[in-house]
Design a protein around this ligand. Structure first.
Ligand code: ADP
Length: 459
């Protein structure tokens, strides 16, 4: 019997549907919020109740209006709010307001978010507990002159990064001093626009690293486990496109050390709920912590496939006060988290690869997907007749495969994506198939520059 009766999801699209499904299975009534622009979106219909918010505020701001969401939640007698990813999910103020109003925020405490969600602060925590970070300058750089001063110490190439960053925004590679001025101004402007905070710090740019991240789960009593890693190196403009687990091309010893570091960091703040610690592994095999994401991630699905643990349900149960070793969650110790097989997630988006992946919009004229053994589809707004608007993320559906070996997981992904038939809007399906069929992908050897180095993937 669930302790929560009603949960509101302060989000939209595929992650809202994902959370509604988890609640539904736990016997919890679901409440959706939707903007005027989302009136006809699918996620709304998947909740037990849905309410229009942010009238006159605009499509994105509707989902960012803390007070309106809180007052709706109070009016509707909601016990808890799940923030999904993006929007308010990493906003400590939102989590704090929930706590003040007696609404459970399904995530870490606002204090944890405040200390780990910011990239500068989390690097400092990491250093304190002896976890390696990329050398750099971890203070808000206020001027180009200040940047130039520290650039000399760090050495080129370097990266300017927004402390509040996310989704690859507010980040610039600087190869030489003459590029610093432009990079600094544009990173700062982009950060201000995207996050409302324009703190920029600097770090050495690692060439051709792999992005390896560790999923962790903690309860309210200080118990924390890791759920192995994901390889998210296949990126475009620092944004993930294809993710898989396990990261079999990284030596097991390195992976073990990364789990250890992830747990060290999560334990340092007694982390609760689901979270992800991200690392870069350089070409010599050394790993560095880059950031913590105190929320559910888009690619959590592959971890669920290989561990059999429903991470969203676990988040809800932890928020209800269940301990990891309770019968409801049933993780008595780290050894209860077992890894079985291989899983790959492809993000199918309404983007046109031939136009530099510009988002496409319009009506979906026909929509057919390919499921079958070993395939999971976590959908967003894909159905025949759906209107794809320009206002939101272009993720249409996540195609997730599972198999006992990597090669077969690839075959399942390719088979399923080939079966898809979507007309009316452009998608990246052909591009994804080219990635999956690439010999470097098969070897698990892609680094973060793989897509840029292989323009022939766009056929
Ligand atoms: P975001 O929060 O925007 O996702 P991250 O800090 O997680 O930003 O970095 C996203 C990606 O950017 C990484 O996976 C990696 O590809 C690249 N990146 C970040 N920092 C560095 C660095 N110092 N050197 C090389 N690549 C980096």
């Amino acid at each position: 019997m669930s302790k929560f009766k009603r949960v509101l999801v302060a989000n939209r699209g595929e992650i809202a549907i994902r959370v509604f499904r988890a609640c539904n299975e736990l016997g919890i009534r679901t409440v959706a919020i939707y903007s005027n622009e989302d009136k006809y979106s699918l996620f709304r219909t998947k909740a037990d109740e849905s309410y229009l918010i942010g009238e006159g505020k605009g499509p994105v701001d509707a989902y960012l209006n803390i007070e309106e969401i809180i007052s709706l939640a109070l009016k509707k007698g909601v016990d808890a709010i799940h923030p999904g990813y993006g929007f308010l999910s990493e906003n400590p103020e939102f989590a704090k307001r929930c706590a003040e109003e007696g609404i459970e925020f399904i995530g870490p405490t606002w204090e944890m978010m405040d200390s780990l969600g910011d990239k500068i602060k989390s690097k400092i925590v990491a250093r304190k507990v002896g976890v390696a970070t990329i050398p750099g300058y971890e203070k808000d750089v206020k001027s180009v002159e200040e940047a130039a001063l520290h650039a000399g110490e760090i050495g080129y190439p370097l990266m300017l990064k927004a402390a509040a960053g996310g989704g690859g925004r507010g980040m610039r590679i600087v190869w030489k001093e003459s590029e610093l001025q432009n990079a600094f101004t544009s990173a700062k402007n982009e950060a201000r626009k995207a996050f409302g905070i324009d703190h920029i710090f600097m770090e050495k740019y690692l060439e051709k690293p792999k992005h390896i991240e560790v999923q962790v789960l903690g309860d309210k009593y200080g118990n924390i486990v890791h759920m192995f890693e994901r390889d998210c190196s296949i990126q475009r403009r620092h944004q993930k496109v294809v993710e898989f687990t396990p990261a079999f091309s990284v030596p097991q010893e390195t992976r073990d050390r990364i789990y250890e570091d992830a747990l060290k960091l999560a334990n340092a703040v007694k982390y609760r709920s689901a979270g992800t610690l991200e690392f870069l592994v350089d070409s010599t095999g050394r790993h560095y912590f880059i950031e913590m994401n105190p929320r559910i991630q888009v690619e959590h699905t592959v971890t669920e496939m290989v561990t059999g643990i429903d991470i969203v349900q676990a988040q809800i149960l932890v928020a209800e006060g269940f301990a990891l070793d309770s019968p409801e969650i049933n993780i008595k110790s780290q050894s209860d988290v077992k890894l079985n097989g291989f899983s790959i997630q492809c993000r199918i988006t309404t983007e046109d690869p031939s136009l530099n992946f510009a988002p496409d919009t319009g009506k979906i004229e026909s929509y057919r997907t390919g499921s079958g053994f070993g395939i999971r589809l976590d959908g967003g707004n894909g159905f025949t007749g759906a209107e794809i608007s320009p206002y939101y993320d272009s993720l249409l559906v996540k195609n997730i495969s599972w198999s006992r070996n990597f090669q077969d997981a690839i075959r399942k992904s390719v088979r399923s994506i080939t079966e898809m038939h979507i007309t009316g809007v452009k998608t990246n399906v052909d591009f994804l198939i080219n990635v999956l069929n690439h010999p470097i992908f098969l070897a698990g050897e892609c680094h973060t520059g793989f897509i840029e180095e292989n323009p022939d993937l766009i056929s």
